[in-house]
Design a protein around this ligand. Structure first.
Ligand code: C2E
Ligand code: MG
Ligand code: MG
Length: 663
């Protein structure tokens, strides 16, 4: 791990470690012939406080490594005042080593921390010794009113050395600037340090008076510890997402600002990424919220462990994360990081005995090309992310051309307009009976014709419609257009069943069956000429209400299909009680249908099961003749896929049917 850091950093760590070791030996030599008993009982009484303090540090939420505060400081400094440098150094350094070993820190960190403690104590001891006219390493002093200013200055020296040593390490290890890191949390830290160190003279005085008084400090230290902990917890909650513990949007914006200032000063760039999960909704709907929650925290942890310490991962809401990278050389330097992040998102996730995968779409924006403030970088990264989703490319760097055209807000507004103005278009994909080669029906699949950018795939806007309550309007639009098309085909003597995808929202709407009934009348169609495709996850998000709507539709005579079957958790018993007529095997199983593969068993089982229950079984994703033949031999009823035809506009479908002779 150390090897991956910059050279300067490695040299620095080695240098500080060596300095600490030298000081440690020097102090012990000056006080040679030293025996622990010489330090007397104060040392023995105070030591446990130092050890406990080091073992249970309080973490400052905003900082990196430098944000560690321990109550051990109070007692170590008290030992310094009452028993001298050597005793304080031994207590603090040894307990730091013990605590770090307990926390399983790597050897170089243990050494560095020990050296840092030694150096801080020795510096403080030297200041104290010099100011009180004693030995340079500060033999025990008689603490009185006159020595108090010296003691306070020594405390400042102790704290200053300590902070500086760590901040420089963090800065060089992560290529951040020392000033920025100091500015980040100096005020809070200095305040806490002042509280802790100002108690030291009192502890020292009490120890000199009677050691029996020292345990009384347990109470006040516990109070300090507790109140700092509560303060930190509050601050943490205000700035973090409760589920994942990652920074929230507010803190993220703050971090982006800091990164921009720091990177600009070094003549480098800041990169902001927006990451949105694809397929998260399905996990949530089918496996339930506990699984969804675990997936979200899991992915947060994975993303965090992939990045450097200065970089920040935040959860911005829902299934959306933000990342800010400090000091990036150029856009090319971001590519490998995006690839790594996408890989950790895609690596399979296990919940109980189910293994699932989600994917991530990533949008990137950099200073200075795409903005020089947090707000515009975030907005442009967001736009790039939507572009990545729209084109299903997984990853996009903001390309100024569409100047903010695709932010969420403009998308929502645009989608509403598209529905109202009719710029959503339907493509139709044939479903063909395997035994006879006849076209049984078509599936209507919606696309958004965005001026100047071509057809947008449904995955890019269906989830948005679900979230914003536009889904009802969209379904109504698609149903109306698909039924109108069916009526046109029928007038020309084409007997096709038209399938429309409906969403969870529609199944929660008690007025939905009436809507379907109205449209059937409007286009003078028999109900069994219309099929509604529902995913398992749509049913499972509220099964009772969904069943109610489905039962009514079924009674009306509309054909109901269970879409993407196999990806959810519908059990055989449940399937038996669902009012469906058709199951559609998800394409993810079909495309992997190689002899002997586990997917073959799944597909065969679903086919047998479906037929056993008297259902029509459709295979999606039939991309080759090989698959067509195999599915036929398994007894599957209907095939749909690129081998037959991709989804195409109605006019092209007419041509396809004429050419393929599969009427
Ligand atoms: P779906 O209902 O499972 O639709 C099948 C998807 O598989 C379509 O993607 C289709 O283009 C694609 N596909 C067809 N044949 C093949 C093949 O051989 N290989 C592969 N790899 N893919 C194939 P599309 O059109 O992008 O639609 C994606 C999803 O968006 C649909 O999945 C459906 O859930 C949803 N959707 C589409 N239109 C609507 C709509 O009007 N309303 C609602 N609520 N959802 C819709
Ligand atoms: Mg479908
Ligand atoms: Mg499907």
């Amino acid at each position: 791990m150390l090897g991956a850091r910059p050279r300067l950093f490695t040299t620095y760590i080695a240098g500080v470690s060596a300095l600490g070791a030298a000081l440690f030996i020097a102090v012990l030599t000056v006080f040679q012939g030293l025996e622990v008993s010489e330090f007397g009982w104060p040392f023995v009484v105070l030591l446990p406080f130092v050890v406990v303090g080091e073992r249970y540090p309080l973490r400052v939420p905003r900082g990196a490594d430098q944000g560690v505060i321990t109550v051990s400081t109070t007692f170590a400094f008290a030992i310094l005042l009452s028993r001298g440098t050597a005793a304080a150094m031994l207590a603090l350094t040894l307990s730091s080593v013990a605590a770090d070993i307990l926390l399983r820190k790597p050897a170089w960190k243990v050494l560095f921390n020990a050296a840092q403690m030694t150096t801080s104590v020795v510096t403080a001891g030297a200041v104290l010794g010099l100011l009180t006219g004693g030995a340079p390493f500060g033999a025990p002093i008689e603490l009185g009113t006159r020595e108090l200013p010296a003691a306070l200055l020594a405390a400042a020296a102790f704290y200053g050395t300590n902070v500086l040593l760590t901040v420089v390490a963090v800065a060089w290890g992560t290529q951040a600037s020392v000033i920025d890191l100091l500015r980040r949390d100096l005020r809070f830290q200095a305040l806490t340090a002042a509280v802790l160190l100002s108690l030291s003279p009192i502890v020292a005085a009490a120890a000199d008076r009677s050691l029996a008084l020292v345990p009384l400090f347990v109470v006040s230290m516990a109070a300090v510890y507790k109140s700092v902990a509560i303060y930190l917890e509050r601050e943490f909650q205000a700035l973090h997402d409760p589920l994942t513990g990652l920074p929230n949007r507010g803190l993220f914006t703050d971090r982006v600002e800091q990164a921009i200032v720091a990177s600009t000063r070094l003549g480098r760039r800041t990169a902001v990424m927006m990451i949105d999960l694809d397929g998260f909704k399905e996990v949530n709907d089918t496996l339930g919220h506990p699984a969804g929650d675990r997936l979200l925290s899991d992915i947060g942890r994975r993303l965090e462990s992939t990045l450097r310490q200065v970089d920040t991962v935040a959860r911005l809401g829902g299934d959306e994360y933000g990342v800010v990278l400090w000091n990036v050389a150029d856009a090319d330097a971001v590519d490998p990081i995006v690839a790594k992040l996408r890989a950790v998102i895609e690596s399979p996730f296990t919940f109980g005995d189910v293994t699932l995968g989600v994917e991530g779409s990533v949008g990137v924006a950099l200073t200075p090309e795409h903005g020089d403030d947090a707000e515009s970088l975030i907005r442009h990264a967001d736009a790039a992310m939507y572009e990545a989703k729209r084109t299903r490319s997984g990853h996009r760097v903001y390309s100024g051309e569409d100047s903010g055209q695709t932010t969420r807000m403009t998308l929502i507004v645009g989608l509403r307009e598209a529905i109202e103005q009719g710029s959503l278009v339907l493509h139709y994909q044939p479903k063909v009976t395997l035994r006879t080669g006849q076209t049984l029906g078509v599936e209507a699949l919606v696309r958004w014709d965005q001026p100047g950018r071509g057809l947008v795939a449904p995955d890019a806007f269906i989830p948005l419609a679900e979230q914003t309550g536009l889904m009802g309007k969209l379904t109504r639009y698609v149903l109306d257009a698909a039924l109108a098309q069916n009526a046109r085909w029928r007038r020309r003597g084409l007997d096709l069943r038209v399938a429309v995808n409906i969403s969870a929202r529609d199944l929660q709407d008690p007025g939905f069956p009436a809507l379907v009934d109205g449209l059937l009348r409007r286009w003078e169609l028999e109900p069994w000429w219309v099929e509604l495709e529902i995913t398992e996850s749509a049913i499972m998000s509220d099964p009772t209400r969904a069943l109610d709507v489905l039962t009514q539709l079924h009674r009306m005579g509309v054909v109901l299909a269970l879409d993407d079957f196999g990806t959810g958790t519908t059990s055989l018993t449940q399937l038996q009680h669902l009012p469906v007529d058709v199951i559609k095997i998800d394409k993810s199983f079909v495309v992997n249908l190689v002899a002997g593969a586990p997917d073959e068993v799944i597909v065969r089982t679903i086919i047998d099961l479906g037929r056993g229950l008297g259902l029509e079984v459709v295979a999606e994703g039939v991309e080759s003749e090989f698959l067509w033949d195999r599915l036929g031999s398994f007894g599957c009823d209907v095939a749909q896929g690129f081998y037959l035809s991709a989804p195409v506009p109605a006019a092209e479908l007419d041509a396809w049917m004429a050419a393929s002779g599969r009427r």
